[in-house]
Design a protein around this ligand. Structure first.
Ligand code: 5AD
Ligand code: SF4
Length: 433
């Protein structure tokens, strides 16, 4: 009998990819996915631990399943992802109705853990096993899928930024071998995928190909029907010469780069253990823009890192003014127990709030200005799905802008030239050329 699996995904794109793979693995055990927890036989929360509230959200979400579990004692509840890794058995202590806890490196063991939970035992696995979880996961199905896909190529991080839990929850940097990635990419393309975003916590430290990430990108660009390649997230110190050059040389590599800097003050960058200065960052961007002048940059910023002064914060605003971002993500510093910064003098919540507001206002202005500057330009749009209006389709430009187009006869997966005619709050409007 088929059983129903409800997966709720928090956090980054790597979790989105992992959730897909877990759903496929459970497909082999007779599960089909469902979009609501109400009729599920198993609920799996794929969690994120990067900031405080993320873990709290998981606990309150679990609380909501109490009634479902009371109504259906056969319902199994699992917690996967980085909260599972960090909290381990503590989750089952705090929420005894949780049957299964699985860390991000153990997903290939999920079917066995589910069987154990079905047998009425608590199932816990937060090891960092030697074997490659992706290699041991069930082969991906052959069903058709949408034009854009994520593909995890690297996991973990050895950088140990002073604020970050990733090196503890995801472990040391590990790269998947290039040949397996190329095989998986070919499979995805055969199923209708035209754009692949390569994922890794430190994706540009990828070393599963002798030419590094650039080498992998060139190998993937040989796949005929693959039209677009992107990658995220990168660390400035791993932007090597070959990868910078690829932005000018590789036509399939899209002109959009997420390159977090976190802060603009050298003093704070040092305290964050980022291992680079603001000038190092500017130099990398100059080199990238020299080979790809239209590159859109995106970044992550943390405000209110311990000991951050007004002058430090002004340096961050100044860095943003100089770089001009096409998009960005910004966060108030959030204390993560076990990380070095957690022990330091904290900035007050009120100051964090005020800084975040100023920073976001600046970033929104920049984002909007760059988006408005697209009006009148021709872009290539990879169409993904129908829009809200009849006859309308939505897709993404090279620069990752969402573009709405009256596009009778155009299907998901089509790549067409479009002239941008209007810039709205969150997307562009265009007309087919
Ligand atoms: N507090 C706030 N933001 C954080 N990030 C990582 N750790 C923290 C933290 N403790 C942000 C960084 C990172 C993004 C994924 O999350 O900006 O690039
Ligand atoms: Fe975390 Fe990124 Fe720093 Fe690694 S490089 S420790 S993932 S912020």
């Amino acid at each position: 009998m088929t059983k129903k699996l409800y997966i709720k995904t928090y956090g980054c794109q790597m979790n989105v990819y992992d959730s897909e793979r877990m759903a496929e693995a459970m497909g082999g055990e007779g599960y089909v996915t469902t979009s609501t927890p109400d009729d599920a036989d198993m609920i799996l929360l794929n969690t994120c631990h990067i900031r405080e509230k993320a873990a709290e959200k998981v606990y309150s979400e679990l609380g909501r399943y109490k009634t479902l579990k009371a109504e259906n004692p056969d319902l199994k509840i699992g917690v996967a992802g980085c909260v599972a890794q960090a909290e381990g058995a503590e989750i089952m202590r705090r929420q005894p109705m949780v049957d299964l806890v699985v860390g991000p490196q153990s997903y290939h063991r999920l079917p066995a853990l589910e069987a154990k939970a079905r047998a009425g035992q608590k199932a816990l696995d937060t090891d960092f096993p030697e074997e490659d979880k992706f290699e041991h996961l069930k082969a991906r199905p052959k069903a058709k899928r949408g034009p854009s896909a994520f593909l995890t190529v690297q996991e973990g991080c050895d950088k140990f930024c002073a604020f970050c839990v990733v090196p503890y929850t995801r472990g040391a940097e590990v790269s998947r071998p290039a040949d397996r990635i190329v095989t998986e990419a070919r499979d995805l393309v055969a199923r209708g995928v035209r754009e692949i975003t390569l994922l890794g916590q430190n994706v540009n430290a990828y070393h599963g190909h002798e030419g590094g990430l650039a080498g992998l990108i060139y190998a993937l660009s040989d796949i005929d029907d693959l039209a677009r390649i992107r990658f995220t997230t990168s660390h400035p110190n791993d932007m090597d010469e070959a990868l910078i050059a690829a932005h000018g040389d590789c036509e399939k590599l899209m002109p959009y780069l997420h390159l977090p800097v976190q802060a603009g003050s050298d003093r704070i960058l040092k305290r964050m253990n980022r291992q680079h200065t603001r000038d190092d960052y500017f130099r990398i961007i100059d080199r990238l823009r020299a080979v790809r002048p239209d590159l859109h940059l995106s970044g992550d910023f943390i405000v209110g890192f311990p000991e951050e002064t007004d002058a430090d914060f002004e340096d961050t605003l100044d860095l943003i003014e100089r770089v001009q971002y096409g998009s960005a993500f910004s966060f108030k510093y959030s204390t993560r127990p076990g990380t070095p910064a957690a022990e330091r003098d904290q900035v007050s919540e009120a100051v964090k709030d005020e800084r975040l507001q100023r920073l976001q206002a600046l970033l929104t202005r920049q984002q909007r200005a760059l988006q408005d500057a697209m009006v009148g330009r021709d872009v290539a749009v990879l169409f993904e799905k129908p829009g809200r209006m009849p006859g309308q389709m939505v897709g993404k430009s090279e620069y990752l802008h969402a573009v709405h187009v009256e596009a009778e006869g155009v299907s998901a997966g089509d790549l067409r030239r479009v002239r941008i005619v209007e810039s709205g709050p969150n997307s562009l409007k265009g007309a087919l050329i």
